[in-house]
Write a protein that binds this ligand. Sequence first.
Ligand code: NAD
Ligand code: G6P
Ligand code: MN
Length: 441
Amino acid sequence: MREFSIVIAGGGSTYTPGIVMMLLDNLDRFPIKTLKLYDNDAERQAILGKAIEIVLKEQAPQIEYLYTTDPEQAFTDVDFCFAHIRTGKYKMRELDEKIPLKHGVVGQETCGPGGIAYGMRSIGDMIELIDIMEKYSPHCWMLNYSNPAAIVAEACRVLRPNSKVLNICDMPVGTLRRMSQIVGLTPKDLEVRYFGLNHFGWWTSVKDKAGNEYLPQIRDYVAEHGYLTQIEVDTQHMDQSWQETHRKAKDLLAVDPRFLPNTYLKYYFYPDYVVEHSNPEYTRANEVMDGREKEIFSTAKRIIEQGTSKDSTFLIGSHATFIVDLACAIAFNTHERMIMIVENNGAIANFDDDAMVEVPCIVGSDGPEPLAQGKIPEFQRALMYQQVTVEKLVVQAYIEGSYQKLWQALTLSKTVPSAKVAKEILDDLIEANKEYWPELK
Ligand code: NAD
Ligand code: G6P
Ligand code: MN
């Protein structure tokens, strides 16, 4: 079987060890010749890099491996780039969350003003990464997880329309896993219909392969428990705050019980609730720094100290299955059905052609082919139009260096109460992001 060469961009990411473990678990269906890590923070990456080196020596010594901060070395002769970078790291995520909260507005990694600020930081680095990839390995595909995926995807559409970049999110698959538990099946048994934007969508059908519809059964469960399930097979989305988010889905469902909601709608439907239940001094970024980041890096340090991963190993990243499935779909033309972020072009019949939407696609060697989802109701359509316009304005503001457009984006966001508050948040965000954003005029 053909062997593939992979570079993981954002080698120092807390998700890197989980992805590597997932790749090791799948070598029979996705054989690897070379694995490289690439990051622009040498010190951070070296800790995970060294630990992974030890794991690979013990579990798959045949794989050629290196970690580097040199783009040429990283991107030469690779077939896939799995990208999950975070421009500004957790220090800036913390500010994305705390600055809006200071003004009484939702403080979130990808939604509202925090997501907009993160988007303004990510666009430049992502475009640079794509250009590096195309320079050294023109045939390479980038499977991109870097957030905020909606804004990054729109920037790719506008700035690099012909690049082989697929923008993906693990929330729909993660929630599908919960749905499959609710009905006593596995995610692979289920086929869904879904429409929306990234972190902003709805399931309209969840069927098994024989065509039996489970949506009413799942709906009854979600109306009572949200997506909280008894059996937990997720290594991600398990902290207390995530449990509350899964539970809150029941209140999202109540707004339109016809469809099953994406958990991220909570920030748009219940921003007042979210703000009331946030601690402006201790947000999700703090939770992650004190939790996942500490755990991953201390495990890595232990492996390095002991010179072996026998006693302390990394967990397989459950969300990484999606990446392996996607890489296989492209490599082996499997035509697997997967939810992806793609240019609409009629997939949602009554929505703009040039909007980046999230819909089920058939994925093969040429990438994703979106499946038609028909017409959507006016409530969802209006919400989506508002949100997709926010995302478009951010990308335009970035390209044009326009203060006006970024102010409009913030004003239009459903999470922000007025143009006045939008301006106050914007001025604080500009100050905090001086190192990262283009100058706005
Ligand atoms: P992290 O801060 O632990 O890791 C990000 C790494 O990227 C850091 O090591 C950092 O030094 C590196 N980096 C930053 N800019 C870079 C650049 N220009 N080139 C190379 N490396 C760069 O963050 P994390 O929590 O592990 O998350 C990583 C990314 O994955 C984030 O963007 C996060 O939002 C995203 N994510 C997305 C999904 C999804 O559904 N799409 C799911 C999980 C995580
Ligand atoms: C989900 C989303 C990602 C997001 C992540 C945040 O997986 O799909 O887009 O980055 O949650 O999780 P965290 O644990 O970092 O708050
Ligand atoms: Mn996501």
